[in-house]
Design a protein around this ligand. Sequence first.
Ligand SMILES: [Zn+2]
Length: 481
Amino acid sequence: LAAVRRSAPWKGALQASGRPFPWLNAVQAFGLASLIQCGWVAPSGVSAEMVLRVTRPEAAEVLTVAKGKTFVIGVVEPPTASLECNGARCDVSADGAFIGYAPFEALGAPVRQGTNWCDVAFDFVARADGESVTNRVWAISPRSPSAALVPELAFDPPRPLRVLGDAWLGVRKGGIGRMLFASEGAVLSAISTGKDGWRVRLRGEEEAVVPSEAGELCGERERASPAWILESDESFGVNAWRAQRAGGGITNTRPCYWGFNLAVDGDQATVIPRPPPRAWAREEAAERPLRGLRVCLDPGHHPDRGAVGPRGLEERDSNLRLARALAARLRADGAKVSFTREDDPLPLRERHRRIRDLDPDVVLSLHNNSVGDNQDPREKHGTQTFWCHPWSKDLAEKMHAAIVGAMGTTDMGCIRRDLYLPRYPGCPTVLLEPEYLILPEMEKKFRDDAWVANLAEAIARGLREFAAARQGAREAVAPAR
Ligand SMILES: [Zn+2]
């Protein structure tokens, strides 16, 4: 985005006008820039090779500017150029990639750019060899009229919302480890809708989030089938299951050690605990420690790009690359590896269903980190690992320790969080964020096959340690299938 190569055809026009160019409209027409556009101030005597490309903020990104600063990343050529954004210096690495923590230049009044109102500007100035090039990138903040295109719309009184298809819902309040399952056709009480989905009220002040595409408003007289809240504790068991509405019931509430499946039939739900997998719990497992273990790899993102590095490496591609390296490593240890997606895209909200169909023993979701605004990844970056259910905790901790230990990354926490993918209840499921892709030096490492192979080996070691520990504990926790 906003790549402006000062090749000869533009040069005359640049110098002639010193204003935003008509060709920007063509850029828009190609869908490359809907929220952000760049204008040029004519530089004098510039060489044809200077390039200033901004990869963040990216097209269609709505920036959060709570404290008036955000990160800008991109690439400048030649890399010997100095770079400023809104007066703040941006370090340029040896390959021209840059990341800068830039103050916002809030405009007095929003400026209309195409169909959007932009109220924030980033002014980049690159200088090299006595020449300079200036690039203004427009963006919108939450205060912009454009940010209100998808308003949070409150319903007072609440409106009935029908759930389209069985779904695990995000817990908005009331703590992690509780789970809300709504079966197809369940009617919930929607209190608002926004870009995150439908907010629904359960009992009292409890709230949950139904993804936008998983619900639709319906009439008052729709039949209300039950939704259930499931609460689990730290002792690897589901300790309480409640029918949200009268008339529903839950059967078979045996403790869960490896995860569970839920079968719904009318107003009845049956909890089916999963025993640990049997295949690898054999003596010959010493030779091939993951023998028979069914591992599902989930390369994060795609169709969305995920994080993007300064030179344009997309997280969805680096995640797939890591997944393929890891698959080879795990297969050598005897694991049966499946993927949620490879080259064909699979939206996030369809991934639980895909995983359920694959019926794995373990799920590893592979990601790499971007950064929220107002947090400086140059000061602190490293490895984060996320889990949700008690039966995933041990796997997450072993993975996390293996990556931090082998790669020498900073320990940024093995964290329990109600994220969509780790919410999958069927087996130990973790989400890995080994490093920050948006840093120039890390983007470089993710392009390095040897480094990626080392990372894959670290993850495989974490899985071997988990498998070895669970093999020993297997007899103690549950009967084999
Ligand atoms: Zn990601």
